[in-house]
Design a protein around this ligand. Sequence first.
Ligand SMILES: [Ca+2]
Ligand SMILES: [Ca+2]
Ligand SMILES: [Ca+2]
Length: 821
Amino acid sequence: MKKLLLLFTALAAMPAMSQDLQLNDLEYFERQGVNVLVFSNSFNGGFNDEKNSGIEIIHHGVRTVQGGAVRLNNTPEQWDLVPKMTNRKVDREKGSIEVAMRYDDYDFDSRVVVTAKGKAVEIAVFLDKPVPEKLAGEAGFNIEFLPSQYWLKTFLMDGRLNRFPRYATSQTITRPNSEKPRQFKGFKTYDDRGTDRFVDPLPLETGHQLIVATDDPSRMIKITSNDAELKLFDGRMLAQNGWFVLRSVLPKGKTGQVITWTVEPHAIPNWIREPNIGFSQIGYIPEQPKVAVIELDKKDKPLATATLMRIKTDGTTEQAFKGDVKEWGPYFKYNYVKFDFSSVKEPGVYFIQYGDTKTNDFLIDAHVYEKITDATTDVWVPIHMNHMYVTEGYRTWHGEPFKEGYLQAPESDHFDLHRQGASTDTKYKPFELIPGLNIGGFFDAGDFDIETGSNINVVQNFIRTWELFHPQRDETFVSQKQRYVELHRPDGVPDVLQFIEHGVLNLVAQAEQIGHMASTLSNSILDNYHHLGDAASITDGLHYDPSLKPYEVSADGKRSGAPDDMWAFTNRNPSLDLQAAGVFTSAARVLKGYNDELAERAQKQADRLRSEAQQLQGQRRRGRRNAQAEADNDWLTGTGDGNYRNVARNLQTLLDSIPMKDAAYKEKLRPTVQQYAEYIKSFDKENPYGVPIGLGNWAGVNAVLNFGITVNYAHIYFPDIVKKEEVYRVANWLYGCHPYHNYSFVAVVGATRPKQVFYGNNRADFSFIPGNVAPGLLFRKPDHFENYDDWPFLWGQNEGTIAGNTQYIIFGSALKDIVNK
Ligand SMILES: [Ca+2]
Ligand SMILES: [Ca+2]
Ligand SMILES: [Ca+2]
């Protein structure tokens, strides 16, 4: 019945030409099942090639092709140069989009014009001046195919059949470094072992017509070029996050229209995307609100009802509830309806059925929230403890990293967006060893540096968790003396205390050894920054000695000529010092009675840093933080403008002070919390999921978690204003009620279907580290949300950070506390 209806609606809605690609109001080419975007997302240069830009194809709902642009390499890596978009022109009459791009490093300009031609687009590359001599034979037009959507599928080049390989095993050659186009800021992604040669992949196939995925109509694309040779490469030969690349090298000495491709993505006739039923994978406690959000193709006609099915203990199923489906409306490219089954309170195993779509099963049970933080505290956090050997059962997660310590960074402009100015602001000379920094601290995220700001956040988050909830959980053995961590081995000390101690050990060492806080302790060379594998093998553990030749080790075996030692970036930032002073004061309070010596050191550094930072700030212009503090105060006392966003930003700080203040302070907050309660409800109108959804190039889980934490605390202190039912909003979102798919964003947490791949340091294994929280839904302009669960490598959607994951621990601890009351 539904299918007949759909077909009818689809046919009725179809204009005569809708089989052809049309340029739509959002400035991309569209036909049912196919979107071709032309620089809706341009290369932003921040982290260079983020595999998110240029000409992109969203094919039957999945972004499978990107990177369409003039590029300088057969298989560009993250730090290869990307073009700057200098102009983008949409010509509605011609049905075309023209993009001008430029490489400043080579004074090289090109233009690409994409024009709809029936079911295909024509891509034409124009040059006003010939390719610069240095790039002749290197610059070409590239487009990239997502490996996880194409591997094991067939392709046909000029009639020759082949299959995309699951793993990169094609052939390579080496060429002199002098022939390699410059990489980002002159850094090198590779260690050539003294050969002065770089590796260049050879093509898998060459010809004039390529059909990819001849065995899969949802992925099939035909690319034809009469005037240029098409070469197909495997980008994974150089970097595990590489894509399959199709390219044509630009001809030498020519101008005008130099390359023309015809690209025809196959569309499944009358394709309608399968409904995505968003619900909480961990399940629901009996009394909480239970609302599934169903994401529908715009051409899909909403059904009138949905059903909640119960799986009985004898394995048979029965209908538990049938209810109306209520329309919410459109949000970006899809249409949303909701199914409320809150009335079902009987504990049991259930699934949702909407038309032909069934979800996996989930629980309704009083205990579903009990374990939500365990994977994060027992597994993810200890694995990210730096300067320790970390083991679990038969597996060693990593050996002890960075035994040689950290060198004073020289003046530099860094690849991970750090900077060291001309002055070190320390007593150390550039490249001099700063003693005592290789202790404590947590790996930032998918990389292995110590971001000081994030590490301060981590300690703050653990202190907040400890002071409010005193979690006694002890599943981790930590010996600072042995520099040894073992998962699942209790040692009599609550783990959270040990995590606080571990974070403070590094931060206090920074204050003591450097005199103030380093902005970061990070890699000195790009070719070990992208390290995937055991953290202990990032550096050689030997002190760098520039008097030794590269790859040479001193006779005593203690020094080497490898410039791989990590650097401390030490420019003084009084506001960072103030943050550290704040966290040291709280840490001294918490550590007293557990590690008195460290508590005293922390207090001493807190006092010194605070007075020095205040003095420094007094000397410099009045800091932004002070101005902000005054604005906050105005707003609290009713003299500011007090809009919702301000309420949201400030309320958490105000709530955190309640335990330290009197009853009058709390009463004064009441109107603010009332405003916040309205702010919470405002999200029901903003989007179908009722949480703040971020549209930046890092998906918005941190904002969602912040929101969740504040809602939880507001409920804890003002349960009459912020009602208990509000605390489940963020849980629902995290555990599966969100756009694109319905998997839990927390690794291993979520009954049946947590996400399976994350951008952790084991991402090359297409795996995860338990307890990691993904950034979530990455927004691609102009209207597409995305979270790949078969491709871990896009950090903006799949990388969990140490600050975010410890935020999650607060969120989860508070939620458990509320649920258990
Ligand atoms: Ca980092
Ligand atoms: Ca312990
Ligand atoms: Ca070294």
